[in-house]
Ligand binder design. Structure first.
Ligand code: PLP
Length: 263
């Protein structure tokens, strides 16, 4: 019999090109073998070349979507992606506190690869104070970790210090993604709730087809948690899934093509 608690929710924005945001999350959930529900907080007009416009969804519509799901589905994890503005961060924080879905993975999406800002400055403070303390896991890249920790990150020691700072701010586990630079070897740093830590080393893949990578990684971690993995295993499996997806797939569009499995 299918386990009916293999259900996970994403609270995020849409991407009309189907590459990032809710699209990436739902595809990842399905590929990992869990059921995905989606609460839409923003509608973006975008393609692989950039974000052309963003329309935020009113708070009451977001609250209603979350309530509808909470009243019916049996969720074992939730992830948040692009949240956009301070009202949305506050609305989502209120709902997460009310329903306590457990296993909350916070992907602190701030800027798209093409440079579009996906989180306002005011919202950053709200995310830090309202959402970080609720998160079982936060998955910043280096620029996001710098903003949240208030630290400059240049060395591996800086990465570790910033991760400890994010844990002090309330996130139980931290996965600090090192892939934002140009180095051929990528180092991601994981700091776990029990204080243990490990590095994940991988080789950079020479491709432009990385649209939705961060969303996919955090969605895969949420899915692996739902499937019963401990945090270390969930991180390792999610990272392996993203790496495999970056290495496969067809090019869609003329810019940063979306991750996909179609080749
Ligand atoms: N658009 C939406 C709705 C997103 O949620 C995200 C990432 O979380 C992006 C765009 C940016 O994706 P990327 O930086 O991988 O291009």
């Amino acid at each position: 019999m299918v386990n009916d608690t293999l259900q996970v929710l994403t609270i995020a924005g849409t991407d009309s090109s189907g590459g990032a945001g809710v699209s990436a999350d739902l595809k990842t959930f399905m590929a990992q073998g869990v059921y995905g529900a989606n609460v839409i907080v923003s509608v973006t007009a975008q393609n692989t070349l950039g974000v052309q416009s963003v329309q935020m969804i009113p708070s009451e519509v977001i609250t209603q979507q979350i309530q509808s799901i909470a009243e019916d589905l049996s969720l074992s994890a939730v992830k948040t992606g692009m949240l956009g503005d301070v009202q949305t961060v506050n609305t989502v924080a209120k709902a997460l506190k009310k329903y306590n879905f457990g296993n909350y993975i916070l992907d602190p999406v701030m800027v798209a690869k093409g440079g579009a800002k996906l989180l306002s400055d005011k919202a950053i403070l709200a995310l830090k104070t309202q959402l970080l303390p609720l998160a079982v896991m936060v998955t910043p890249n280096i620029p996001e970790a710098e903003v949240l920790s208030g630290m400059t990150i240049q060395t591996h020691e800086d990465i570790m210090a910033a991760a400890y700072q994010l844990q002090l701010l309330g996130a139980k586990n931290v996965l600090l993604k090192g892939g934002h630079g140009k180095e051929l070897t990528v180092y991601d740093f994981a700091l776990l709730a029990d204080g243990s830590h490990f590095w994940l080393k991988s080789q950079r893949v020479d491709t432009e087809r990385t649209h939705g990578t961060g969303d996919t990684l955090s969605a895969a971690i949420a899915a692996q948690r739902v499937l019963g993995c401990d945090m270390k295993t969930a991180i390792i499996k999610a990272k392996a899934y993203v790496d495999a997806t970056i290495r496969s797939g067809i090019q869609v569009g003329h810019g940063h093509g979306p991750l996909n499995h179609l080749a």
